[in-house]
Design a protein around this ligand. Structure first.
Ligand SMILES: Cc1ncc(COP(=O)(O)O)c(C=O)c1O
Length: 375
């Protein structure tokens, strides 16, 4: 079976993991600042706080932004559920708006229309590694006095048209390092901070609210255990050394897929880079032709040895969100149509030419048989 995702782990990762294991410093050791400094170097030297997951990072980022119970935050329904859930942790409410059909990111005009009297912030997501239109969203934030937290969990290596790396515009921004991501630490994440004082607050909150000087047993604020351990950081350091190679590998696989699927009838491919924005490839998600039975396609692909997954479901239509907020079909038609048709194909930097051909051939066969059955 060709899996959906597989992290690329080389000898350097093994070496640093072993060295760290043997050092006896498994948490709050030297690998943590080493990883943070190395990551910061890729993000215009902004201060970085490494945390135990992207979700933990989002939680700490919105707290640092100043979210309060009852606040509303405008965000996208086309994302992994954590970008909305983090607001609920603090008693705030995600207010969804529809997405741009090309980039699949939040549509700035729809975001503006969703801003109301209780709105305090914007939480855009750079979905599938494609940069959201931050220039427009930052203008909206400035006009309406809103804070911005960027969910860049899927977008390490992406770049805005103005040359800023995604996550390095000076807004609180969050990366995720789960094993399907561009860089993995196993579980893990990071918050990019606008300044050193914000990092100090987040460093404390991730570590049970301990005073920044680590004064033993002095906890001067509410905190959590959102620490990233040193083994994870060692993995991160090794992956960062290879990040350009890993990103190039992903871009190569994406280009091969796009070439091979260019003529596939009714299949919409991920949008190519436009206007100077550059995607940091995270997943390869196609839109199946309208009307194709996607669940049947997933099963038929599996029978041919190819793993695939509907990706992503619309957050507002998840059963928890329907129950909690009364959301219904039809609220965000662009997002819902994309969520109905989208299918993630196997995607990782070491995917071979032969495997790519097998995936493409299997998809062509499956589409030909489902389309001829529905004709
Ligand atoms: C857009 C987005 N936000 C948040 C997260 C949460 O990250 P994690 O799984 O590391 O908690 C993910 C990761 O899957 C994601 O894709």
């Amino acid at each position: 079976m060709i899996p959906l995702a597989r992290p690329s782990i080389g000898p350097r990762e093994e070496q640093l993991l072993l060295e760290t294991l043997r050092s006896g410093r498994l948490a709050l050791g030297p690998r943590l600042p080493e990883f943070e400094t190395a990551l910061s170097r890729r993000l215009r030297d902004l201060p970085v706080s490494a945390v135990s997951s992207g979700t933990a990072g989002l939680h700490l980022a919105i707290r640092a932004a100043g979210v309060r119970r009852g606040d509303e935050v405008v965000t996208t329904p086309f994302s992994f559920v954590a970008s909305a859930n983090c607001l609920l942790y603090e008693g705030a409410k995600p207010v969804f708006c529809d997405i741009d059909p090309r980039t699949l990111n939040v549509d700035p005009a729809a975001a503006e229309a969703a801003v109301g009297g209780s709105t305090v912030g914007l939480l855009p997501v750079h979905v599938f590694g494609y940069p959201a239109d931050m220039a427009a969203l930052e203008r909206l934030a400035a006009k309406r006095g809103l804070w911005v937290v960027e969910d860049a969990c899927e977008a390490l290596g992406a770049e805005h048209a103005d040359g800023a790396p995604v996550g390095a515009r000076g807004n609180l921004s969050v990366f995720g390092f789960y094993p399907n991501k561009q860089l993995t630490t196993g579980e893990g994440g990071a918050v990019v901070c606008p300044d050193a004082a914000t990092k100090e607050g987040i460093d404390s909150e991730r570590n049970q609210g301990r005073a920044p000087d680590m004064g033993w047993l002095d906890h001067d604020r509410l905190g959590f255990n959102y620490r990233l351990d040193d083994l994870s950081c060692a993995l991160g350091v090794a992956q960062l050394e290879r990040l350009d190679e890993l990103l190039t590998g992903r871009a190569r696989v994406a280009a091969r897929y796009s070439e091979a699927l260019a003529g596939a009838d009714g299949v919409d491919l991920p949008c190519p880079d436009e206007g100077g924005d550059r995607r940091g490839w995270f997943v390869y998600v196609v839109q199946l032709p309208p009307g194709v039975d996607r669940d049947a396609a997933v099963l038929a692909l599996r029978e041919r040895g190819v793993d695939s997954k509907p990706y992503l479901p619309a957050i507002h239509l998840l059963s928890f969100y329907r129950r909690r907020f009364g959301h219904r079909e039809g609220e965000f038609p662009v997002c819902e149509e994309v969520a109905r048709r989208s299918l993630a194909l196997p995607f990782y930097p070491d995917l071979t030419e032969g495997e790519i051909e097998r995936v493409v051939e299997a998809l062509r066969q499956v589409l030909a048989s489902t389309l001829s059955r529905s004709a």
